[in-house]
Design a protein around this ligand. Structure first.
Ligand code: FES
Length: 135
């Protein structure tokens, strides 16, 4: 709570806004700062993975390069892979991006390892993003 100087107090929301673009859909998530983008996306059912790599990945250690997203607006790249990806226009590793400031990211269509699920598609990939809070 924060007093506004006229005797009123307001709830403060220190959570960080993350806008996720998934094809033609746009979702707004809010999360506590300091979490990896990968975890924020997974908690909101906005998986950065394809069907197979959702289960077969390095668990966020920065080794498998399967958690890529396109960062439209966000922090500068720090991880070596991210710096190269940023430089050459490839997706950045969501597991190596810590959410500390508002950002906008686009999910990448990953057909090589199985497509992500959209709407009522059967049996492939993950569901659509859940807007709002992710923890
Ligand atoms: S989860 Fe393996 S590189 Fe991000």
């Amino acid at each position: 709570m924060v007093a506004d100087g006229v005797g009123q107090s307001h709830e403060t929301d220190d959570r960080v806004k993350v806008v996720v673009i998934d094809e033609d859909e746009r979702h707004t998530l809010r999360t506590d700062p300091g979490r990896t983008l990968r975890d924020v996306l997974l908690d909101a059912d906005c998986s950065p993975y394809a069907t197979v790599t959702r289960r077969l990945n390095c668990g966020g250690r920065g080794f498998c390069a399967t958690c890529g997203v396109r960062v439209q607006k966000g922090p500068a790249a720090e991880h070596w892979h991210d710096r190269l990806a940023d430089r050459f226009g490839y997706p950045r590793l969501s597991c190596q991006i810590v959410v500390e400031e508002p950002m906008t990211v686009s999910l990448v269509d990953k057909r090589v390892w199985g497509g992500r699920k959209h709407g009522d598609d059967e049996g492939v990939g993950e569901g659509a993003c859940d807007d709002e809070s992710t923890g």
